[in-house]
Design a protein around this ligand. Sequence first.
Ligand code: BDR
Ligand code: CA
Length: 313
Amino acid sequence: MTRLVVDTDTASDDAVALLLAARTPGVTIEAITTVAGNVPLPQATRNALLTLEIAGAAEVPVHAGCERPLLRSPQTAQHVHGDDGMSDAPLPEPTGAARSEHAVDALLRLACDHGADLTLVTLGPLTNLAAALLRDRNLLGRFRHTYCMAGAADARGNITATAEFNVWADPEAAAIVCDAATPDTVTWIGWDASRRDAVMTPERQRRLRALGTPLALFADRINRAVDTFATTVTGLDGYDLPDPLAMAVALEPGLIQQAEEARVHVATGGEARGQLLVDRRGTAAPPNLRLVRRVDTEGFQRMLLNACRGEAA
Ligand code: BDR
Ligand code: CA
């Protein structure tokens, strides 16, 4: 049994990651915490609530968190995911609402009360986790493990030449998490892995749609804007699914085909904002992160299709 806490700036690929978690047997989502990122915080929270309802997991508590990065102004990725983060597809409003407890308080409480049994998965800027770490510096050691969709270990960025969005949006938060991490406590799955191993090619999109279930059609529809962006602007043959890949690895670590431990520092200033400085010399300080570099593509596709196969409750 995997018990999850998921921190998310819920837009289209975050939503697919939530579906994956909600519909994989043996997985319980204990709580969702939301953060500003792809879309402003209220929209991310609405998207998380709606996705849980569509996945038949409306009972999962959702806690809204930080509405801006620690030091910077908020920057969204609505040019990639659509104004509502879900490709501006006509979607109903969620019927539920977020709990009154702030996401950072919820993370601290859950880690203290049940951390050893909980896997934390972060899918957005690391603001909530960093804010929690500032209040409890041992936080990462309390969770069973923390998996973050963050960074690009090959320094090929998606928001600047060298930075990945989640790290770039709140680089100070990412630096705080990085500095507190050890390879035993934290694994990062970067955009480099998703762009290689989690691409929804036209054929894979067709296979997803062919399931014909409400979940499959929802997952497909909310990613139309990303598909257009990825194919026309970045030249990919389809679109990639970074957050679902990170979720899949958290649920099924056996999917990892290649990983490395390295000393990673987050650049926070100037042109290099958000870039990971990965020191592989072996002469630096000990490694602080495990970086996933390759994931089993077919295994990931199988998990995704299985999760979308069932009817929504
Ligand atoms: C990350 O940024 C967002 O666009 C996605 O949701 C993912 O978390 C990829 O860089
Ligand atoms: Ca995300």
